[in-house]
Write a protein that binds this ligand. Structure first.
Ligand SMILES: [Zn+2]
Length: 301
């Protein structure tokens, strides 16, 4: 199975709660611990303007590519610079590539992505480009799939994704998130807005109830799993109180369900802002390790 990565996923955003270095550290740790080798890694191309326009409005993309500080750009909580624009284009290209590889191999991971707060016409949060929506629209545009589902487990609702696909019968959106937290909510096909501090047991029960429904009732041709690390109990921007082990169980359940139903699945890392960045990195690496284990289990059966 393939992991998509570029050192240019990192760009200088100054002192920030978003630990953008995590992409580099996750990649280093996966290699150092022998979880993946360089042969597992593919380097993405930046998303093209045509890719971006499958989801975003022309005027917004013009502003973004030309670094214009318009109100729609300034709704992001990040600075804007050429390296930042390049990092987002590359991350989006990475999610597109992961989606294509998932169709070939059953599963693939972009070691970035999950910028689910970006809307068609404006940035939000730490998200300029909605790579999740673009990758799905790309596969549909190519005729590779018809129906896709987004399984968004970031602690913050995937509001941009939900809004983009609100009238799209061919894309099912599921978001499980902390209700009383950023952002202003949009309507997904299924939203589970959890109370603060629910912990592993309640969270996993919801996941176990919803996944079979999505797989059996909607029957997607492809799943994009937004595997956010920020439901973690020591996250600075999340308050669901999940443990590292609970997050691992979440990943294991979701990925194995997708594989049992033989639905190609692309993973993106999404949020993670633990007080100790090493915890965020560990959670993301666990997601990758669990995906590899699920593939091994599948092939040994
Ligand atoms: Zn988040």
């Amino acid at each position: 199975m393939k992991f998509i990565f570029s050192t240019k996923y990192f760009a200088d955003i100054g002192i920030h709660v978003f630990p953008i270095k995590k992409y580099i550290i996750v990649h280093q740790k996966l290699i150092a611990e022998g979880i993946i080798t360089e042969q597992n890694i593919l380097t993405p191309e930046p998303a093209s303007v045509d890719d971006l326009l499958l989801v975003h409005e022309q005027r917004y993309i013009d502003d973004f590519l030309n670094l214009r500080r318009t109100p729609s750009i300034m709704r992001s909580e990040l600075p804007i610079s050429q390296p930042i624009v390049d990092a987002y284009l590359l991350a989006t290209g990475g999610t597109i590539l992961a989606a294509r590889k998932a169709l070939e191999d059953g599963i693939a991971v972009n070691l970035s992505g999950g910028f689910h707060h970006a809307f068609a016409d404006h940035a939000e949060g730490f998200c300029y480009v909605n790579d999740v929506a673009i990758a799905i629209r790309c596969l549909q545009h190519e005729g590779a799939i018809q129906k896709a589902a987004v399984v968004d487990c970031d602690v913050h609702q995937g509001n941009g994704t939900a809004y983009i696909f609100q009238n799209a019968p061919d894309v099912f959106t599921f978001s499980i998130h902390q209700e009383y937290n950023y952002p202003i909510k949009q309507r997904s096909d299924i939203d589970i807005g959890l109370d603060d501090g629910v912990g592993d047991k309640t969270y996993l029960r919801h996941i176990q109830q919803v996944m079979p429904r999505i797989l059996n009732e909607f029957q997607p041709d492809f799943i994009l799993y937004v595997a956010g690390a920020d439901p973690y109990k020591e996250d600075q921007l999340g308050g669901l109180s999940l443990s590292i082990d609970g997050l691992k169980q979440r990943d294991s359940f979701i990925i194995s369900q997708c594989m049992e139903h033989q639905v190609p699945t692309a993973l993106v890392l999404a949020g993670g802002y633990a007080f100790n960045t090493a915890d965020t990195v560990e959670i993301h690496c666990n997601t990758c390790e669990v995906a590899l284990e699920c593939v091994e289990n599948q092939t040994s059966q």
